[in-house]
Design a protein around this ligand. Structure first.
Ligand SMILES: [Zn+2]
Length: 321
């Protein structure tokens, strides 16, 4: 009896998780996949842990990790990095200042790694912190357990692009193309392996967060990155892909901006295009099937941000929030 019940529960859970996997396309949270010799992509569990994706890049004597992740994500990445290479982590690159990409900084520096980012990441932290860290610490145990009242900024910053790191075995380029997701959006490009880590300037799925962004400029940033010779796109969230992920991301931002601009031109008020009942928002704005991979529960919020940006003639990230 006990066994039958246990089996039924197990079967139910398997069915549930199978359904979950199938609806999420080829998402494989917590998996590590080799992209090129010495280059791995780790897909973070955004649904349950809020983690971002990471890349592990092997140099001659050390590893470079792309994104610090949340503290719990940092530990998960470190454990996985140890499985693929015995070399120590020397550099951790923050693609931007958001908690799921940078709040793990202190975990890495305690291990002796150096955190590095485009100067705009440090500037964004000055702008938004320590308020966000303190709010996040109320909700996340891993942040609270860091016993700090502020995030650790990147130890090294640069303003040149590309900022090149090489040891003769591999060339790693840190690049900046302008303000898309945040004012500090950094990319990591491996020219020989044709790999591009995009941070959240390019995501693969309904993960676009626009509140700190510049929606009007976003497609231009993706376009500039698309000029690179790229085969593998490693996004900030969602599965790894090819250049079509960038094409779709760019298209999503163009369509969002155009559809909202058209509604404003037609005299629509914000309340006409975004309706909120309780905690649930819906939008009348519809985007084409070509960008459906990027459309999800966040769309009403993205429409609101686009509306406010266009109405104020200022990037949404420049408006008080
Ligand atoms: Zn972000």
């Amino acid at each position: 009896m006990q066994h039958t019940r246990l089996w039924l529960i197990t079967a139910f859970l398997i069915t549930l998780s199978l359904g979950f996997v199938l609806t999420r396309g080829d998402a494989q949270p917590n998996s590590v996949k080799q992209i090129a010799p010495g280059v791995w992509f780790r897909e973070g569990d955004i649904e349950h842990e809020g983690h971002c994706n990471n890349a592990i890049i092997e140099m001659k004597d050390y590893l470079i990790i792309v994104d610090a992740n949340f503290p719990s994500g940092a530990r998960a990445v470190l454990a996985d990095a140890k499985k693929v290479s015995s070399k120590p982590v020397k550099y951790v690159f923050d693609t931007h200042h958001h908690g799921d990409h940078a709040y793990g900084n202190a975990v890495w520096t305690k291990l002796g790694a150096v955190t590095i980012a485009y100067q705009g990441v440090a500037d964004e932290m000055k702008r938004y912190e320590p308020k966000r860290w303190q709010e996040t610490a109320k909700e996340r145990k891993d942040v609270a357990e860091m016993n700090s009242d502020h995030p650790e900024p990147p130890q090294q910053t640069f303003t040149d692009s590309p900022h090149v790191m090489t040891d003769g075995t591999r060339r790693v380029e840190f690049r900046f193309f302008g303000w898309a997701h945040t004012r500090g959006d950094g990319f990591v490009y491996l020219p020989k392996e044709r790999v591009l880590c995009t941070g959240d300037a390019v995501v693969n799925g309904p993960y676009n967060y626009t509140a700190d962004g510049n929606i009007g400029n976003w497609p231009k940033v993706v376009e500039a990155a698309m000029k690179l010779d790229v085969e593998h796109v490693l996004p900030g969230h969602g599965p790894a892909g090819a250049k079509d992920v960038m094409v779709g991301q760019r298209e999503f931002m163009i369509e969002l901006h155009q559809a909202v601009a058209a509604a404003i031109k037609a005299g629509k008020k914000l309340d006409d295009v975004v309706k909120t009942e309780g905690s649930k928002s819906t939008t009348t704005i519809q985007l084409s099937a070509a960008v459906k991979n990027w459309v999800g529960e966040g769309l009403p919020g993205q429409v609101k941000d686009a509306y406010n940006e266009i109405a104020a003639k200022k990037p949404i990230g420049d408006l008080p929030h």
